[in-house]
Design a protein around this ligand. Sequence first.
Ligand SMILES: *[C@@H]1O[C@H](CO)[C@@H](O)[C@H](O)[C@H]1NC(C)=O
Ligand SMILES: *[C@@H]1O[C@H](CO)[C@@H](O)[C@H](O)[C@H]1NC(C)=O
Ligand SMILES: *[C@@H]1O[C@H](CO)[C@@H](O)[C@H](O)[C@H]1NC(C)=O
Length: 345
Amino acid sequence: MLPLTLVFLSCWALVDAGSVSKGGNCTQADSRLQIGTYQFFDDCDSVTYCASNGTCLLKGCRKDEFPFGYATGATLPPLCPSGQFCPDEADVCQAQLTVGSPCQLNRDDECEPPPNAAELADTTNRGLNVDGAVCLNNVCMWANKTSGESCTVENTAYIAYGATGEFIDIVSRGNCVVGLYCDSSALQCMAEKDLGASCTADKECSSWNCLASGVCGVDTTIPKHVGTWVYVVVAIGIFGGIFGTLFGLFILHRRQRDQEREKRMQYWREQNAFHQNLLQMRQTARASILSFPNNGNSARSTMYDEAPIMQHAAPKSSGLRNYLADDSSDEGMMMQPSTRDDGRF
Ligand SMILES: *[C@@H]1O[C@H](CO)[C@@H](O)[C@H](O)[C@H]1NC(C)=O
Ligand SMILES: *[C@@H]1O[C@H](CO)[C@@H](O)[C@H](O)[C@H]1NC(C)=O
Ligand SMILES: *[C@@H]1O[C@H](CO)[C@@H](O)[C@H](O)[C@H]1NC(C)=O
């Protein structure tokens, strides 16, 4: 959380740079490190620096790969070659400084590395030193102090902003070798503490995280790893959800299908009974007509004939109706009258 806050502060401070453009008047006495952020500030804008004759001139070098304040595609001043550095003013590249020379705050790269730089260099990405060299209290030195040796410490109080408002973030740096820290009161190099040990500052913990409760916590930069059982539970959850849904839908649709089939069966039975009734009615009518001796039956026979009645019933049928009409061989079913009448037809 803290580095993020500091990055935010740095960006804010850069926006707060001077406004005098190239060729304008400036005063070198105004050049300073901003309170709270320790960002370098001068009267000149972000592409110029304040020269010794009081004029803003274009910067002669840059220390960042992507410097702030340049338009896209603009010509950037050069990065300094190995063995040289670009100071905060960014006027011109200078040769690295020997041990004991004055250097600028947090500019370990301004100091000449020790002969055993590869051995002393900080590879933890915590800004402990640059190639084994460190700038403490504006003096170049090497981070070569071993356990129990007296060391130099530099405490810088930054103003930081969090959810609860403004607070002071003290960054404490020393010249002990990587893996040791410079104790602020004893001024001796001590071994970094393991997880759970009591601490008063982040630098004391090998995890670089001293919790508010005063013990070394887990390194906040390492990704969280979950147990295998979590993967198993998640996998079961996913596949259980998929197959549960499929099975549930299958059951639901089967029930609906059964209900639909039952409806059709009932319709079929009712129509069958209806058809049976008609047949009986026709036979009754025919029998009664035939019982009249001299009555012409050609006109009435069309009235009771099967065909017109079937045609009339056709639009209401559902396909099963036709199937039934064609399949008159199933006398067993046809003889069963419907006992249910729920008015759905
Ligand atoms: C810059 O300073 C010179 C004298 O030191 C003055 O004549 C000139 O007007 C100043 N320019 C601006 C823009 O203030
Ligand atoms: C300051 O120096 C630069 C280059 O050295 C020069 O171009 C500029 O005119 C000088 N300005 C003044 C006010 O002397
Ligand atoms: C440790 O670094 C200092 C400079 O900070 C140097 O003078 C000294 O010789 C170094 N000691 C060793 C053992 O390299």
